[in-house]
Ligand binder design. Structure first.
Ligand SMILES: C[S@@+](CC[C@H](N)C(=O)[O-])C[C@H]1O[C@@H](n2cnc3c(N)ncnc32)[C@H](O)[C@@H]1O
Length: 242
């Protein structure tokens, strides 16, 4: 289970290393404009972590924002600010999430679907379909196979911020990448957690989306590029509930 419980307090620091939230936000806003998601629409961020994306959307004028995350620590860290901003957060496994209200859009960015084991992907997409209104928009990403294989070969990455040492150790095992994330604090204290990223091919993802009642509207790489090159890490989908 990818719970991000021990590393939650460090997430805001290291997430910006791998991706720019501003690029993601720009892509989401453009997709919302293209597919009719307005500022007063209900938007759910699945796997919202520190709720950073929701706070950015709030600043951009989106009014009805909701987030869900399986990590109680992530929700705890974001909750106070979320309440002040009128953003509703739930601490739940999305697979168990039910809601009487239906959403106009669901977001699932920066490695959420990647963490869902293959046996659960159908249920995950099906539940997303269930909580959306008809024609609702679903935006998510998966890692490209090439990127995970590259990380597997690289073995590890080490970075230092403010005297705190961050290390990602990669172990590629046929259908998934095991990532051991560890932090060494200034005082020598160590925190470490394993997370898993599954390797999915486009055909599997697209067939499952279709079986769950989605049409793929758009595919881009790294939230901005229409064509694949070997240096890209993420394949991003915009889908519509049909
Ligand atoms: C890499 S973070 C991505 C966070 C966020 N979407 C972003 O753009 O920064 C993945 C998050 O998904 C959450 N997550 C993983 N599986 C989940 C599930 N089944 N239900 C809800 N949250 C889940 C994890 O707890 C973690 O906070």
């Amino acid at each position: 289970m990818n719970s991000y419980s021990k590393i939650a307090t460090y997430y805001s620091k290291f997430s910006s290393l791998f991706f720019s939230k501003k690029d993601i936000l720009r892509f989401i806003e453009k997709s919302f404009l293209d597919y009719g998601v307005k500022k007063d629409c209900k938007i759910l961020d699945i796997g919202c972590a520190d709720a950073k994306l929701l706070f950015l959307l709030k600043r951009r004028g989106f009014k009805k924002l909701y987030g869900i995350d399986i990590s109680s620590k992530m929700i705890e860290l974001a909750l106070k600010r979320a309440i002040l901003k009128g953003i509703k957060l739930y601490n739940l496994n999305f697979l168990n999430f039910t809601s009487r209200k239906k959403f106009d859009a669901a977001l699932c960015t920066m490695d959420v679907v990647n963490h869902i084991p293959k046996k659960d992907v159908f249920d995950f997409f099906k539940n997303t379909n269930t909580i959306l209104k008809k024609n609702g928009i679903f935006i998510f990403d998966i890692n490209t196979k090439e990127y995970l294989q590259k990380l597997g070969k690289r073995k590890f990455i080490v970075k230092k911020f403010d005297e705190v040492l961050f290390r990602w150790k990669f172990n590629l095992i046929s259908r998934y990448l095991k990532i051991n994330f560890s932090v060494r604090e200034k005082n020598g204290e160590n925190v470490s957690e394993d997370v898993y990223q599954f390797i999915y091919d486009e055909e599997f993802i697209e067939n499952t989306l279709k079986d769950c009642g989605f049409e793929v509207l758009k595919k881009v790489y790294d939230y901005r590029l229409p064509l694949k090159t070997k240096f890209l890490s993420k394949l991003c989908y915009v889908c519509k509930k049909i």
